[in-house]
Design a protein around this ligand. Structure first.
Ligand SMILES: *[C@@H]1O[C@H](CO)[C@@H](O)[C@H](O)[C@H]1NC(C)=O
Ligand SMILES: *[C@@H]1O[C@H](CO)[C@@H](O)[C@H](O)[C@H]1NC(C)=O
Ligand SMILES: *[C@@H]1O[C@H](CO)[C@@H](O)[C@H](O)[C@H]1NC(C)=O
Length: 137
């Protein structure tokens, strides 16, 4: 009785996982959305809350997965309390893209949002290009 119940639960969570993936748009589309949102924010006269400091994310760190870096970017931006609504769509899309519950981000180093945003933009654009190349192969 018990083992079969366990199997049923495993199957159920597996099905949930599959159906969840089914409704998620192709990540490349979300990535594109993220890039567009960053460009919009970055192209305004002042980056919204330009003077706010956020934890720095080491986007060039090869030891960390892209998913982790995106999760860290999400964490850093989530700390921006002023301009919260403005950054909300970007944060939401970052969450959909990395799909992680949590990640570690040291707040030892902080940078201004006006420097953080272009760095995130550059990173996501690089990701987009690499994935595009992979898809084209
Ligand atoms: C940041 O934005 C404020 C308000 O728009 C502006 O007064 C300030 O000069 C900006 N700082 C920099 C370094 O761009
Ligand atoms: C952000 O804006 C700066 C200044 O306009 C520009 O040089 C940079 O390429 C932009 N970066 C992104 C990721 O949009
Ligand atoms: C932009 O990202 C590439 C990797 O995709 C990196 O080599 C380059 O140093 C980055 N440039 C800036 C200005 O952050």
């Amino acid at each position: 009785m018990l083992p079969s119940l366990k199997t049923a639960f495993t199957l159920l969570s597996l099905l949930q996982l599959i159906s969840f993936r089914g409704v998620t748009p192709f990540p490349q589309q979300i990535l594109k959305e993220v890039i567009l949102l960053i460009q919009q924010l970055n192209s305004s006269v002042q980056v919204p809350c330009n003077d706010t400091r956020v934890a720095q994310v080491a986007f060039t760190d090869q030891q960390v997965t892209n998913q982790d870096l995106l999760c860290q970017a999400d964490m850093a931006l989530s700390k921006v309390t002023r301009c919260k609504e403005i950054y909300e769509p970007l944060i939401t899309n970052l969450k959909r893209l990395h799909g992680k519950k949590n990640c570690f981000l040291s707040d030892e180093n902080e940078i201004y949002l006006r420097h953080f945003l272009p760095a995130l933009g550059n990173f996501t654009q690089g990701m987009y290009r690499r994935r595009g190349l992979l898809a084209a192969q």
